[in-house]
Write a protein of this length. Structure first.
Length: 83
């Protein structure tokens, strides 16, 4: 087994089943793309999913329109988006 082959499986381990428009809350503090610090527990909505769940762009209502790119282990599901 090559290192590249093994790394491929390691990446898949961190993916989650969250999807666009799911409401989530931060588990750890995060920094928005504009540099605002977002406290743990802050709720937002997933607006983009990268590479099948390796990372998410989440929009937060406060500060208005704050966007942050977070890893799946940094957020938890609050409410599933309706199908």
């Amino acid at each position: 087994m090559t290192l590249e082959f093994a790394y491929q499986f390691r990446q898949d381990a961190s993916r989650s089943d969250l999807r666009d428009l799911d409401r989530v809350a931060l588990v750890t503090a995060a920094t928005s793309d504009d540099g605002d610090v977002l406290a743990p527990g802050t709720e937002g909505t997933i607006v983009s999913v990268y590479r099948g769940g390796e990372a998410y762009v989440v929009e937060f209502p406060t500060p208005v329109g704050a966007l942050a790119t977070v890893r799946p282990e940094d957020i938890r599901l609050v409410e599933r988006a309706p199908v």
